[in-house]
Design a protein around this ligand. Structure first.
Ligand SMILES: Nc1ncnc2c1ncn2[C@@H]1O[C@H](COP(=O)(O)OP(=O)(O)OP(=O)(O)O)[C@@H](O)[C@H]1O
Length: 230
């Protein structure tokens, strides 16, 4: 059973369709990238995959169950979205991670030591947990949001340009962290958006390309393409 199924999905904005006829599946163990130029609707697609944004056509199912049939907290435990510019409630990074743990208590999410160990791999000390979230740089906020998402115990991570604000070393560390997270459990999968073809080749074995899926305003025949293995 696929973890995620997208069938004949279409999304339009007032003046045009961004993409139509988009269909793909993601199984446990898969690493998928979403490609496409700025404004092609990569973020809107990721948001639609977890019901934060609507489709104009088509369906998204998780575990073969349409999103509309999911109890939202259960869906959030199964699939987590890490936005490009994450937001946090007031408090410290520790508070943000504790919230994720409380949210996912039923899944037996990991204790603080888990976060400290991962922070070490990202070149950060335990002191990072004491930082106020409103003082984080863009890259630090992405790190905190990634850990928060991982810690809530999902099977599918939706990563929206998760290294966009990070330097090359930190980018490398985040790529390895996600890869290790996937290796730890073959049922897990990740979908990345990235503008970098090199990064897509590093982090994914399959690419869904929205760049070829921007129809003329009233056209309906064009289709998003999925490239085969990289
Ligand atoms: N709620 C909305 N209503 C109308 N238009 C929207 C809405 N949200 C986004 N858009 C538009 O939809 C298009 C796709 O936006 P999106 O952020 O998904 O693109 P993207 O491919 O992720 O871009 P980037 O690579 O720059 O992050 C853009 O033209 C954006 O202005």
């Amino acid at each position: 059973m696929p973890l995620l199924s997208v069938r004949d999905a279409g999304r339009r904005i007032p003046d045009r369709w961004l993409w139509r006829g988009l269909s793909f599946e993601v199984d446990g163990g898969e690493r998928v990238a979403i490609a496409g130029p700025s404004g092609s609707g990569k973020s809107l697609l990721l948001r639609a995959l977890i019901g934060l944004d609507d489709l104009d056509e088509g369906t998204v199912s998780v575990d073969e169950r349409p999103l509309a049939d999911w109890h939202l907290p259960d869906l959030r435990m199964r699939v987590r979205y890490v936005p490009q510019s994450p937001a946090f409630a007031d408090g410290t990074v520790r508070d943000a991670l504790s919230g994720a743990r409380a949210f996912a208590a039923a899944s037996g999410a990991a204790p603080e030591a888990w976060a400290v160990e991962r922070l070490g791999r990202l070149g950060r000390g335990a002191g990072f947990l004491d930082a106020r979230t409103e003082t984080l740089s863009g890259g630090e906020a992405q790190i905190a949001a990634l850990l928060r998402a991982m810690q809530s115990g999902p099977h599918l991570l939706l990563l929206d340009e998760p290294t966009a604000s990070l330097d090359p070393d930190a980018t490398d560390a985040v790529e390895r962290l996600v890869s290790d997270w996937l290796d730890e459990d073959g049922a897990r999968a990740a979908i990345w958006t990235s503008h970098s073809e090199e990064q897509r080749a590093r982090v994914a074995t399959r690419v869904v390309d929205l760049g070829t899926a921007i129809p003329a305003p009233e056209a309906s025949g064009e289709r998003a393409t999925e490239t085969a293995a990289l």
